[in-house]
Write a protein that binds this ligand. Structure first.
Ligand SMILES: NCc1[nH]cc(CCC(=O)O)c1CC(=O)O
Length: 309
C-alpha cells in the first residue's frame, strides 16, 4: 500500500471544498490515496483588523508551507488570489486549475446593484481593490470593514450592519450560495483580483515527482491568464496592501488584460487603468503581457500611487 499523499488545507468551508475537490480529482485520475490535513492559520485568527495592516494574505499560507517543509503534507491547496506573488525559497506553484466565475458579486437583501443603493449607503468590504473601485463609481458610499469567512460575512449582512457587501462570486458558487448573489459586477466596472476564482496548488520545489504529476492537471487557459495577472502585481511590488486589480480574458488565441491601480492613502484618487492584448502561447508570453501592463501603469504615473519603497 502506498503512503497517502497529504493535502494541507485551511479549515474554512471554502478551503475544505477546494481541498476535497483536489483530493477527489487526484484520486480519480491517478488512483492515488489522498488525505486532508486541516489547519488553522494566523489569517483565520485575525478578524478584527484589515489584513493589509497586519502582514497580508501571506498569513493564510505560511502554516501550510510549514507543514510541507516538515513533511507532514505534500501539497497545499489555495485560492490563487491569496497566494503571494513571490513564494518563499524552496516552494513552487505546481498547478493552477480552471477557474470558477472570476467576477465580484454584489450581495444585498434589498438592492439589486450598486447603482440602486441610496445616497451614503454602507457597503462592507475589507479589500482595498474593491473599495477604490466602488468609490470610483459611487464616491458617496460609506465603506466599512468586513472580515471573516463567507458564512460570517453573510451573517453580518443579515444582521443588518450593511446595505450591501461585495464577495467573490466563485466562493459563493462553490459553497452552493449562488442564490445570495444579487448581481455580478461587470469586470470592467469592478476588475477582479489577480487569480480570483482559480485554485493554486503549492508543493516543495524539490518534490519533482509530485510536480510532474500535477503539471499534467493544470488548466492551460487559466494558468496563462493568471500568470499574466500575477505578473502585473509582481512587477508593481506585489503587496496585497496595494489597491490593484488585474484580470485577463481570452479572445481566441489573444489574451486581453485589464488592470487598475488606486492609491491606498487617498482612496478616492482617480484610478489608473490600462488594457492590453497579445497573442500568448506560453508562460513567458503571459508574464510579458502582465509586465507590459505594469509598465503602462508606471508610465501613467503609478509611482506616485505606490507606497514609497
Ligand atoms: N480574500 C478572501 C478570499 N480568497 C478567495 C476567496 C474566494 C474566491 C476566489 O477563489 O477567488 C475569497 C473570498 C472573497 O474574496 O470574497
Amino acid at each position: 500500500m502506498n503512503a497517502p499523499t497529504v493535502i494541507a488545507t485551511r479549515e474554512s468551508r471554502l478551503a475544505l471544498w477546494q481541498a476535497e475537490h483536489v483530493r477527489d480529482t487526484l484520486m480519480a485520475r491517478f488512483g492515488l490515496p489522498v488525505e486532508l490535513l486541516g489547519m488553522t492559520t494566523r489569517g483565520d485568527q485575525i478578524l478584527d483588523r484589515a489584513l493589509s495592516k497586519v502582514g497580508g494574505k501571506g498569513l493564510f499560507v505560511k502554516e501550510l508551507e510549514t507543514a510541507l517543509e516538515e513533511g507532514r503534507a505534500h501539497l497545499a491547496v489555495h485560492s490563487l488570489k491569496d497566494v503571494p506573488m513571490e513564494l518563499p525559497e524552496g516552494f513552487a506553484l505546481a498547478a493552477i486549475w480552471e477557474r470558477e466565475d472570476p467576477r465580484d458579486a454584489f450581495v444585498s437583501n434589498q438592492y439589486d446593484n450598486v447603482d440602486a443603493l441610496p445616497q451614503g449607503a454602507v457597503v462592507g468590504t475589507s479589500s482595498l481593490r474593491r473599495v477604490v473601485q466602488l468609490l470610483a463609481r459611487r464616491p458617496d458610499l460609506q465603506i466599512e470593514p468586513l472580515r471573516g469567512n463567507l458564512d460570517t460575512r453573510l451573517r453580518k449582512l443579515d444582521e443588518g450592519g450593511f446595505h450591501a457587501i461585495v464577495l467573490a462570486a466563485a466562493g459563493l458558487k462553490r459553497l452552493g450560495l449562488a442564490s445570495r448573489i444579487r448581481g455580478t459586477f461587470d469586470p470592467e466596472v469592478m476588475i477582479p483580483a489577480a487569480g480570483q476564482g482559480a485554485l493554486g496548488i503549492e508543493v516543495r520545489e524539490d518534490n519533482t515527482a509530485l510536480r510532474e504529476l500535477l503539471a499534467q492537471t493544470l488548466h492551460q487557459p487559466t494558468f496563462l491568464a493568471c500568470h499574466a495577472e500575477r505578473a502585473v502585481s509582481r512587477s508593481l511590488g506585489g503587496s496585497c496592501s496595494m489597491p490593484l486589480a488585474a484580470h485577463a480574458v481570452w479572445e481566441g488565441d489573444t489574451l486581453r488584460i485589464d488592470a487598475a491601480l488606486g492609491d491606498a492613502n487617498e482612496l478616492t484618487r482617480p484610478l489608473l487603468r490600462t488594457r492590453l492584448a497579445a497573442v500568448v502561447t506560453d508562460e513567458a508570453g503571459a508574464r510579458a503581457l502582465g509586465n507590459e501592463a505594469a509598465a503602462q501603469l508606471r508610465a501613467a504615473g503609478a509611482g506616485s500611487y505606490l507606497p514609497a519603497a
